[in-house]
Design a protein around this ligand. Structure first.
Ligand code: KIV
Length: 311
């Protein structure tokens, strides 16, 4: 866990009598998986067992940051969770990163639900957020509530994310009233790729005000977090300043509380051109390709299996 997250998750004492202190006490468990406080002075609190939405809010209040990555399966969920990533997103980007589609539009609720279940079963600590796919919430607030319920009930998600601006405020309100924590996604919204005329930065110049109004309306309606995609850093900073809830950026500069990347971009599994906002931390595509080539050569040459692999 990055040092700057120590306090909101319980390593440092929250001021006595505050909601954060009460929440930290309620959420702290000796059963917490790998203890990053090991070796620290006696009396230091253990990290919370589970990240909740209020921990993200506390991070913003404390001026701290958290990390979010997409995850679509058991092993990535397990690895990212154990690496201390605070939020996992079962993104509709599974459409183009798992299912082989060109865009995020074709993926369905029934395709995403099993991926979501795999992630939530495997992550012990991270908050798991699921995307509501295109077509599963736009028709009405009732449709959004029904789909959100499926993701919490069948997908075991802890929260859901929907794309769109202030037009969706009443939808968010209905979902929150139904007990579904909602993350709002504004700025460039990939499900509207065709309506927006392609991958284009949103909120430039005077258009910044539109995003501020979107964020305010959605958080007034109860969204616990605002994610911004492909907006100028100055606009994202203005949106962040306009709302009390934490913000998350992807191609939105460095003023947001959290950052998110698609994991295959972050770890270099996906080939092709990367967006400007991607930083690659590994070259998994090359490693996996090398491993597959070596395996293929060993099989063809009779090197594998050796006696040590045989019964
Ligand atoms: O589905 C996804 O991966 C996303 C990110 C781009 C935030 O929504």
């Amino acid at each position: 866990m990055p040092a700057e997250l120590a306090a909101p998750y319980g390593n440092g004492p929250a001021p006595a009598g505050t909601a954060a202190a009460a929440a930290a006490a309620a959420e702290t468990s000796p059963a917490a998986a790998p203890d990053p406080t090991a070796g620290q002075e006696a009396g230091a609190r253990k990290p919370v067992a589970k990240i909740r939405t209020h921990h993200l809010r506390q991070a913003k209040l404390n001026g701290e940051r958290f990390a979010m990555l997409t995850a679509y399966d058991q092993y990535t969920a397990e690895i990212f969770d154990q690496a201390g990533i605070e939020v996992l997103l079962v993104g509709d980007s599974a459409s183009n990163n798992v299912f082989g589609n060109e865009t995020s539009l074709p993926v369905t609720v029934d395709e995403l639900l099993p991926l979501c279940r795999a992630v939530t079963r495997s992550a012990k600590r991270a908050l798991v957020v699921a995307d509501l796919p295109f077509g599963s919430y736009e028709v009405s607030a009732q449709q959004a509530v029904a789909t959100g319920v499926r993701f919490l009930k069948e997908g075991l998600a802890h929260a859901v994310k929907i794309e769109g601006g202030k037009f969706y405020a009443e939808t968010v309100r209905a979902m929150v009233q139904a007990g579904i924590p909602v993350m709002a996604h504004i700025g460039f919204t990939p499900q509207s790729e065709h309506a927006l005329g392609g991958y284009r930065v949103q909120g430039r110049g005077d258009d910044a005000q539109r995003l501020i109004e979107d964020a305010v309306a959605l958080t007034d309606a109860g969204a616990f977090c605002v994610l911004m995609e492909m907006v100028p850093a100055s606009t994202a900073a203005a949106v962040d300043a306009a709302v009390d809830v934490p913000t998350i950026g992807i191609g939105a500069g460095n003023a947001t509380t959290g950052q998110v990347l698609v994991w295959q971009d972050m770890a270099g599994l996906r080939g092709g051109r990367m967006a400007k906002f991607v930083k690659q931390y590994a070259d998994l595509r090359a490693s996996l390709s090398d491993a597959a080539k070596a395996y293929g050569e060993d099989v063809r040459s009779g090197q594998f299996p050796g006696p040590e692999h045989s019964f």
